[in-house]
Design a protein around this ligand. Structure first.
Ligand code: FES
Length: 124
C-alpha cells in the first residue's frame, strides 16, 4: 500500500468503531457506483450530537480507512457540523488519496449524510 498515507494504513490496519449497532437512531447504506463497494453507517444521537458512529464496509483499503476516520472524528459533533463534512475534507483528513482512489471518500460522506437524514425523518 505504498500509495496510501500513513493515516490510511493505520485506519485500515486498526479500524475504529467497526461493527453492528443495536437499534440505531439513524442508519444508511450506500454503494459506490464506480466499484460496487458498500458502506453502512449507524448512528447513536444524544442531545442533537453524534454520540457514536459504527459502520460496516465491504470495500477497498481507502473505503475502510475513510469509514474508520469519519467514525472517530464526528463523535461529539452536532448534526449540523456533521452535515457539513464533505468528501474532500475526509480525503484531506486521512492524508490524501491517490487520484484513482478519490472516489472512495464518497462512501463515508454519503453514508453519514444518509444516516443523519434517516434520523431526521424518524424524529420529524
Ligand atoms: Fe471501491 Fe474504493 S475502490 S470504494
Amino acid at each position: 500500500m505504498a500509495a496510501y498515507s500513513e493515516t490510511v494504513v493505520d485506519h485500515f490496519e486498526n479500524p475504529r468503531n467497526a461493527g453492528e449497532m443495536d437499534s440505531p437512531d439513524g442508519e444508511a447504506t450506500v454503494r459506490n457506483p464506480v466499484c460496487g463497494d458498500r458502506m453502512q453507517v449507524m448512528l447513536r444521537i444524544n442531545d442533537g450530537r453524534i454520540a457514536k458512529l459504527q459502520w460496516l464496509t465491504r470495500g477497498c483499503p481507502a473505503a475502510i480507512a475513510t469509514s474508520s476516520w469519519t467514525s472517530e472524528h464526528v463523535e461529539g459533533w452536532t448534526l449540523a457540523e456533521a452535515e457539513a463534512l464533505t468528501r474532500e475534507a475526509i480525503a484531506e483528513g486521512i492524508g490524501g488519496l491517490p487520484r484513482d482512489k478519490l472516489h472512495c471518500s464518497v462512501l463515508a460522506a454519503d453514508a453519514l449524510q444518509g444516516a443523519i437524514a434517516d434520523y431526521r425523518t424518524r424524529t420529524g
